[in-house]
Design a protein. Sequence first.
Length: 128
Amino acid sequence: MDYTATTVFQEEDISQYYTCFYHAIQLLCGGEAGPRTKLELFMIIIMLVAGAIITANIFGTMAVLLTDLYKRSTRFQEKLDLANTSMKNMKLNLHLQNKVINYLMFTHVQLILKLTELEFTRQSKRVR
């Protein structure tokens, strides 16, 4: 079987696009790269390094976002503990304590959503 022969150029445009997209992803991720000449080997090395850099950038960005989210969550938990302790020391009734805690949690969630939206917007502008 001759693996160098191809009929991709006789296919429809969308089929050509999908085939090229598939091979581009395979090349960037390190799969199915079988160079036959030194020039192909050189290009595959460049593409593999580029794919590794892109992947590292994606995982690095995700790690930064998760670390920042964890820090915010820890700070919020400390504030929530302080509020609970203060309300118990002031001997507020349970209904009022629940209302205060629910309000604090609601505002915290809204803040997280807004900050996350701003961060993703900033990241998407940086990628462009």
